[in-house]
Design a protein around this ligand. Structure first.
Ligand code: HEC
Length: 252
């Protein structure tokens, strides 16, 4: 079903280079957002591009006879650090109770992209996900906004019964979390991350002494720590709308 024929995931700032250099659909859909996992955690491409070109060119001169970097001019104010806040439920609960009608659809999609949600989750027609995390398109029809926010800020508080890691305990005492993909020739083929279902390793069945569900969600904590409150509210509206720009939440 094509919800928004006029739009594509590209509208949410997929890097141009990737469109050309990631020819495999699978890879394109989840490796790119994965690379961006660093973004919300502080290191940010955005920050680099925010630095004026002149300032950037003073950094790391390449050749040995390159000019020495100029001393920073004392009259320039220090650069603002990238945004970082360890968001707690209570910081956002009052604001998500009513998202109003003014949330920005496109920004919501950008946060979804930059926070790497689409590395694991499928969503609308824009993200394919990895297949090892729930489809988030209908999430607002299943959960309240509070529950959705808690799933994001505290992933291990409640873990979806269909998508979780199993802890495989080996004879030598090692515990390996992962998702069992297949048992073949008396070997377990396991994916070590829900973001990369095809990156698997094998463990001989005879080495495994027990298997139990991990109490820790495969979804990382802190994905939204690099985003402002306004950005998070745009994301919440985007989830609420199932990615549909014509959803009632955007109608004045
Ligand atoms: C590394 C993979 C991964 C990433 C990245 C990720 N998630 Fe998840 N998410 C999961 C998995 C697996 C589950 C199911 C386990 C659980 O309930 O914790 C899940 C559960 C959820 C749920 C509960 C939905 C349900 O049906 O149970 C929500 C809501 C959610 N994620 C939202 C997000 C959002 C929004 C982002 C981006 C900010 C995100 N996730 C990023 C893997 C991921």
């Amino acid at each position: 079903m094509v919800l928004n024929p006029g739009l594509s995931r590209r509208d949410f700032a997929l890097p141009t280079a990737c469109r050309f250099f990631c020819p495999f659909v699978k890879i394109r859909f989840h490796v790119v957002p994965l690379l961006m996992l660093g973004l919300p955690l502080g290191v940010s491409a955005q920050t680099v591009s925010d630095v004026p070109r002149a300032a950037r060119s003073q950094e790391s001169p390449s050749g040995s006879d390159a000019p020495k970097p100029a001393a920073p001019s004392p009259d320039k104010p220090a650069e603002a650090p990238p945004f970082y806040k360890e968001w707690k439920m209570e910081d956002l609960l009052p604001a998500i109770a009513d998202l109003g009608k003014d949330r920005n659809y496109r920004n919501g999609g950008r946060v979804f992209q930059q926070a790497a949600c689409g590395a694991c989750h499928s969503f609308s027609t824009f993200w394919e996900g990895s297949g090892l995390a729930p489809d988030l398109t209908p999430v607002a029809t299943k959960f309240t906004r509070d529950e959705i926010l808690r799933s994001i800020l505290e992933p291990s508080a409640t873990i979806n019964g269909q998508f979780y890691y199993t802890n495989f305990k080996l004879k030598n005492g090692t515990v390996i979390p992962g998702v069992l993909r297949e048992v073949k020739d008396k070997k377990y083929r396991i994916a070590g991350s829900v973001a990369t279902p095809d990156a698997t390793f094998e463990i001989p069945e005879e080495d495994i002494v027990s298997e139990e569900p991990s109490p820790v969600s495969p979804m990382p904590v802190g994905l939204l720590y690099g985003f402002t409150k306004e950005q998070i509210l745009d994301l919440m509206a985007f989830l609420d709308a199932g990615g549909n720009p014509d959803a009632s939440i955007y109608k004045k």
